[in-house]
Design a protein around this ligand. Structure first.
Ligand code: ATP
Length: 355
């Protein structure tokens, strides 16, 4: 098991900076997600942790020792490449034992370890079957078995469920998480799917254009986004931004949205006249008859237990998630209020959270 500390890590490919001065800490035993859109530097970061790519500068501390320049083979970390990359002509037992046999491990020890791994994964009864005829779920378990059997300090996975259809993907995600909870091994997992990151991760680092925007627990990142990028990337529908020009007053606990005072949870710093944006999650918008701040319903999307209402407000479009039993009609003008404690405020120019 291992703690992995990423410190000031940077990677250049020629003139292009793929990862900029990144800092985050993966604690021993955590299921840690690297999340962000395509091209943001997730895979490059994971490959640097694995030792498959050398950083331009910065440190990777594995249990306190800087391994940034140590070759992959000496790091004792297992990269679970492609779940389906098995040796088709070998049976399950040989596929799993292959990494140990090629290390020259004694046969009795190999047998013991393979038995143990098969028990963890629940595949004891297929050990002598050829992998060719296995279901995709079992093939995936065998591929995992081959990584687990080495008993590495940490597992690295790059979109391992990316190629699967939605239903199977969800089942394998649950299995992977349960497996992690049984074994407790540090796992670093790359995904561009915010829902997968929220559901599976103990912690998440959100990256954008090579920059770490924020890292923390799923709850922290959802409730207290550090930037507008994070607020927009996490959540479905994402956080609303109501933009306004009025200067945010120092010491105030309210902002003025088109003349209407809206209370906010924090004492604000002055933003020297910069444009600001009020961040509101759709589930924190309340529709009421008497609110002074008003909007017009332009669309209603029924989702079963809830519905998403799109409103046209003086400060831009706003989506609200309300109970499906509430009645709203397109064209109606309604009063709007917000759950004060949940609001975020951003400097709309830098995108950074205020206060
Ligand atoms: P994806 O999900 O699409 O793989 P990612 O977040 O994992 O995205 P990376 O694969 O880390 O992104 O790539 C980050 C950037 O670095 C991309 O713009 C990519 O084109 C570039 N890049 C990656 N590897 C190399 C390389 N060997 N040489 C030059 N550029 C590279």
């Amino acid at each position: 098991m291992a703690q992995i500390v990423i410190r000031n890590l940077r990677k250049e490919f020629g003139d292009f900076v793929a990862v900029r001065e990144s800092d985050f800490t993966i604690e021993d035993g955590e299921f840690f997600m690297l999340l962000g859109p395509s091209g943001c530097g997730k895979t490059t970061t994971l490959r640097m942790i694995a030792g498959l790519e050398l950083p331009t500068s910065g440190q990777i501390l594995l249990d306190g020792k800087d391994v940034a320049q140590v070759p992959a083979s000496a790091r004792d970390i297992a990269f679970v490449f492609q779940m389906f990359a098995l040796y088709p002509h070998m049976n399950v037992r040989r596929n799993i034992s292959y990494p140990l046999v090629s290390q020259g491990m004694p046969r009795a020890e190999v047998r013991r370890r393979v038995g143990e791994v098969a028990g963890i994964l629940g595949i004891e009864d297929i050990l002598d079957r050829p992998v060719g005829g296995l279901s995709s779920g079992d093939r995936q378990r065998v591929a995992l078995g081959r990584a687990i059997v080495r008993e590495p300090k940490a597992f690295l996975m790059d979109e391992p469920l990316g190629a699967l259809d939605a239903e199977f993907r969800e089942r394998m995600a649950e299995e992977l998480r349960a497996l992690h909870d049984r074994m407790g091994a540090t796992t670093v997992y790359v995904t561009h799917d915010q829902l997968e990151a929220m559901q599976m991760g103990d912690k998440i680092v959100v990256m954008n254009r090579g920059v770490v925007e924020q890292w923390g627990t799923p709850q922290d990142i959802y409730d207290f986004p550090a930037t507008m990028f994070v607020a927009d990337f996490i959540g479905s529908p994402p956080m609303n931004f109501l933009r306004f020009d009025e200067r945010v007053a120092l010491g105030a606990r309210a902002v003025r949205l088109s003349g209407v005072e809206v209370p906010v949870p924090q004492v604000l710093e002055a933003t020297s006249g910069a444009r600001a944006a009020l961040g509101v999650r759709p589930e924190h918008v309340r529709l009421n008859d008497d609110g002074a701040y008003r909007g017009e319903v332009v669309a209603v999307e029924y989702l079963g237990t809830t519905q998403i209402v799109t409103l046209d407000t003086p400060n831009g479009d706003l989506k609200a998630r309300i109970a499906s039993s509430d009645v709203v009609k397109v064209g109606e003008r309604v009063g709007l209020s917000f759950v004060t404690q949940t609001l975020s405020l951003f400097d709309a120019e830098t995108g950074r959270a205020l206060a």
